[in-house]
Design a protein around this ligand. Structure first.
Ligand code: A2P
Length: 280
């Protein structure tokens, strides 16, 4: 059966399974690159306050020929803005820079437990959702202990948790936990992050050659077939279209199993959630 291009969130909204990631895309390049991505067919753009490119992303969204209602725009709150009152200002800042009147999804970027502000930040997000300033709310880089607190204090379960996830770091435990709580998992650094060594991995290149696909397409398809929302990023125009062309083939159970076997305990490329407090 073909995969539908969206996945249901626990709040009744739907999220496109494939999104365009824009970390490290300079603001001045964002209108061109994101505009090309939308023309190529992306309908989901994943930015963050900490990427410092909301203005450029917003320009591309506003100038696109695709109606706003057909696009799914995510941003994430900077750590320094966490807090109840400050979160209202923070979201308004994102909307202003983007030039939009609502976001489809707003995330707490990192839990930063030593600041102890993620729970009150979550209460503000729940309120912003009720006000319609944001359709769906979620988190990024959260662990089950952080979720327990959010859910315990508000009863509201985040719609998504966006985490580093790729064949070298598959996060099986947290994915099972998300599934048990109706939380959608979003994969960042889905191609394995900077340098893309994963794409030279023989298991991946073998499968790609056999299917006449590229290694990146195989890895993106691996994410899609496991109900992960996948957010590849590239500034390269050829790759922008290449990474979208993932709907017309299927990985067999055997191919999925071969890629599953690439999982490594030390496969993480970015800091762990509990270690992060400065970036973004
Ligand atoms: P580039 O911008 O030069 O294309 P991710 O962080 O999403 O896992 O991606 C890791 C790197 O993979 C990105 O820096 C990107 O670099 C590169 N990349 C993205 N798409 C492709 C592709 N189709 N083939 C090869 N490399 C890719």
């Amino acid at each position: 059966m073909p995969l539908s291009q969206t996945i249901a969130l626990n709040d009744g909204h739907h999220i496109p399974r494939l999104g365009f990631g824009v970390w490290r895309l300079p603001d001045e390049d964002a209108p061109g690159v994101v505009g090309a991505a939308i023309r190529a067919g992306y309908r989901h753009i994943d930015t963050a306050q900490g990427y410092d490119n909301e203005e450029g992303v917003g320009r591309a969204v506003r100038e696109a020929e695709v109606p706003r209602g057909e696009l799914f725009i995510t941003s994430k709150e900077r750590t320094r803005d966490q807090g109840y009152d400050s979160t209202f200002r923070s979201l308004e800042g994102s909307l202003k820079r983007l030039g939009l009147d609502y976001l489809d999804l707003f995330l707490i970027h990192w839990p930063v437990p030593e600041h102890d502000r993620y729970a009150e930040t979550w209460r503000a997000l729940v309120e912003l959702r009720a006000q319609g300033r944001v359709r769906s709310i979620g988190v990024s880089n959260f662990l089950p202990s952080h979720f327990d607190r959010l859910i315990g204090e508000t009863g509201v379960v985040p719609a998504v948790n966006q985490v580093e996830l790729h064949p070298r770091y598959q996060q099986r435990d947290i994915r099972d936990w998300h599934a048990a709580h109706s939380i959608v998992t979003e994969s960042y650094s889905p191609l394995g992050g900077e340098g893309a060594a994963l794409l030279r991995e023989p298991v991946v290149t073998d499968i790609a050659t056999r299917l006449s696909k590229t290694p990146a397409q195989v890895v993106i398809r691996w994410h899609l077939q496991q109900d992960l929302v996948v957010l590849p990023k590239t500034a390269n125009p050829t790759r922008v279209t290449e990474n979208l062309d993932v709907w017309s083939f299927t990985l067999s159970t055997e191919d999925i199993a071969r890629i599953d076997a690439l999982d490594r305990p030390d496969g993480k490329t970015l800091p762990r959630p509990e270690e992060m407090n400065t970036l973004f």
